[in-house]
Each structure stands twice: as C-alpha cells, then as structure tokens.
Design a protein around this ligand. Structure first.
Ligand SMILES: [Zn+2]
Length: 391
C-alpha cells in the first residue's frame, strides 16, 4: 500500500438542528469581530449575526453573489483587513464557503491573491495561518466545509483555479441537514450529482487511500438511496441527512485523494460558460466514466482502477456483482430522471470543445484521473457533455 496522509477540518459538528450551537462554538474560538460571509440569498443565516452580537462578537457582512472570483477574493480580503476582522464565518453554498475560506487565508498573508493561486497565478505557498474559519454549508454538494482549497474563477483566463494550503482547513464545520429544507429540486439535483462525482472520482483516483475508500463507499450508498427520491418525490429528514452526509464525505475524499477528468473539465467549463459548478459536473460525469473505462481496458488492462468500477456499481445499484457498465448506466438513468441538461443549456457549442480541452488539461484535478487521457478522448468527453448529459 502506498503511504498516505489524511487531514480535515479541526472539528466537524453534524446533525439536524446543530446550527443552534454555532454562536457558542464561534465564541469559543476567541474571536471578537468576524467577516460574516453569505451567499446570494443569505436567508438561512438571519438569526446568526444577532446571536453573535449577544456574545460580544461583531459580524461584518460580506456577500458572495455568484461563484467566487479572483476579484471577489481581493475585495473581501481588503474588507476583512480594513475592518480588523480576527475570524471569518461563512454560511451558504460552496460559493460562499470558498469565498470566505479564500478571504480567511489571504487576510493575514501579505501580497495579492495571484501570488498564491495555482495554475493561473504564481502558486507560492501561504506563509501564515488563516484567520479562524467557520463553514456552515446550506447546500449538499461541494463539501467545501472540510477541504483545504478554494476555487476562484478568472474571467480573463476563462478558467478556475485553486488557492490551496493546509492552513485553509476550516477550524469548525457545522453541517446541519435541516438547512437543506426547502431547497429547490433542480439545485438538489445538480449539487447532489456534484457530491456523487466527488465520491466516485476520488474512489477511482490515482491517489485513493484506504481511509478515503471507506468514506467514498458510505457516501455513494447514501447518495444512491436518497438523491432520486429527494429530487423527484419528497425531501424528508432521512433524505436530508443522507444528502448532507454524502456531500461531507465527498469533501473528505476529494481533499485527500484528489478528483479526475470531471473536475478537470469543470475548472475550465465553469469559467468559460459561467454555469453553476454542480450542473457542469453532472453533465460531465457519465461521458467521463465511459471514456475512462474504455481507456483503462484498452491501454492498462491490469490497472487496479478497473476493479473499482464494479465496486462503484455495486454501491450505486445495491446489487453485489453489478458490472462496470451497469454502474454507469445507473448514473445515466439518474441524470436523465433528474432532467439535468447538457452544457448546451449553458451556451456551449461545438467550437468551444478545442479550447475547453486545452484548458482542462492544465487543471490540477486532471492529475487525479486514473489514466492519462489523450486529446481525442478528452474531446469526446467534451462533445458528449454538450448534448444530452445522460449519454
Ligand atoms: Zn465538484
């Protein structure tokens, strides 16, 4: 077995209604003035600032209205410095969490975000620890509450890249499945399929390890039993718990085992198309798995990853002995039933395929893919993701 390492948030508090402990837990970190980061709506967070004020902690509001960018990270960092914030609390979807995480990391470090950003910037390591960062997810997709990177978009580069450092692991993650109540089915579908991709890709990753394997299997099992019902029938307490846990488990897996082609493409497509991350990953998942399976069989028939496809299939279908193809077909059926559109819905056309492939090849996630894919294979994934996402 290859040597491995596993790291995560200092504390994870999980359970229905656990948002209630947030004020006391944040106060226990010893902060006095926090940048309070919310997402587009911010309506899940209303009671928290007054509860913090009651404990003598002032909350400086900062909104992340879309997926975070280099410019937004710069603006938030200046705000946190100017306001003298000694901590950052983010409540919202992956965008709010990543935005807050980036700001918490940049505020105590000198220089500009581009000094530290991977791929698009200079990629220098952060020298100083982040401000204490608390993450409270309100969607079940990214698992950003337990990861050590923040994905930032750059309109200039037409690409997203990560700010990444062991310092960026949150001090506290509060995962309250009740915060999913009332989420629109389309959001549950795209974020839930992102979570599924973040369980499948680390399991197939070249960097998978026994800890992430155990977590990925549990996550796939929960996602498989609850996602379809949550989106198409009803989202009950058990379903909320499964989806929140699948997302959390996906975050633990991706932070420690890496991802693959789905997320390599998502780093490029998400910035080129300004499409939501979950929707992009959902559209790429089936074509990526198909092409990877074929490439492994053709060029690396003895590859350990090939035995992992039927294991994924067994967790998803609930049938021991299910084949790799049956597993992929199960995901395709789910994507079809949840009516996830292809990337054409977000404006992608055939002419976008070559630049998409070129940018995806540079993305850090591509290095986790179980086998290096050739240009033709990458182009096939991109072409198939344009149309019907279930193909
Ligand atoms: Zn993702």
């Amino acid at each position: 077995m290859a040597a491995f390492e596993f790291s995560t948030a200092t504390r994870i508090v999980f359970g229905a209604g656990r948002l209630a402990v947030a004020p006391a837990e944040i106060a226990a970190l010893g902060v006095s003035r926090v940048l309070f980061v919310t997402g587009r709506s911010g309506d899940r967070s209303g009671a928290l600032p007054p509860a913090l004020e009651a404990r003598g902690i002032s909350a400086v509001p900062f909104r992340v209205a879309g997926e975070p960018t280099v410019e937004l990270a710069r603006e938030g960092t200046e705000r946190a410095r100017a306001e003298g914030c000694d901590g950052v609390v983010a409540i919202g979807g992956g965008s709010a969490l990543d935005g807050g995480k980036a700001i918490a990391a940049l505020a105590p470090n000198g220089g500009d975000v581009l000094d530290y950003l991977e791929v698009l910037g200079r990629g220098r390591p952060l020298a100083r620890p982040s401000l204490p960062f608390v993450a409270v997810p309100t969607t079940a997709g990214t698992g950003a509450e337990v990861t050590r990177n923040a994905v930032l978009g750059s309109a200039d580069a037409g690409m997203k890249a990560s700010l990444r450092s062991p310092f960026m692991l949150p001090r506290l993650a509060i995962v309250d499945p009740d915060l999913l109540a009332g989420a629109p089915p389309a959001l549950l579908a795209s974020s839930g399929l992102d979570a599924l991709a973040q369980l499948v890709e680390p399991y197939l990753s070249a960097r998978a390890n026994p800890l992430t394997d155990a977590l990925a299997g549990e996550g796939m099992r929960r996602s498989a039993r609850s996602l379809r019902r949550a989106c198409l029938e009803r989202l009950d307490a058990g379903g909320r718990e499964d989806l929140a846990l699948a997302s959390l488990l996906g975050g633990l897996c991706l932070a420690n085992a890496g991802l693959g082609a789905v997320h390599g493409f998502a780093a490029a497509a998400g910035a080129m198309l300004s499409a939501p991350h979950g929707a992009v990953c959902a559209a790429l998942l089936v074509p990526s798995l198909d092409v990877n399976l074929r490439a492994l069989r053709a060029r690396a028939p003895g590859h350990a990853g090939l035995q992992r496809f039927p294991e994924v299939a067994a967790w998803l279908t609930g049938r021991p002995g299910a084949t790799a193809e049956e597993g992929i077909a199960w995901i395709a059926g789910l994507v079809r039933d949840l009516r996830v559109p292809g990337l054409a819905r977000w404006g992608m056309v055939a002419a976008d395929v070559p630049p998409l492939v070129e940018r995806a090849k540079r993305a850090s996630s591509m290095r986790g893919n179980p086998i290096a894919l050739g240009d033709d294979e990458l182009a096939e994934i991109a072409e198939r993701s344009v149309g019907d996402a279930a193909r």
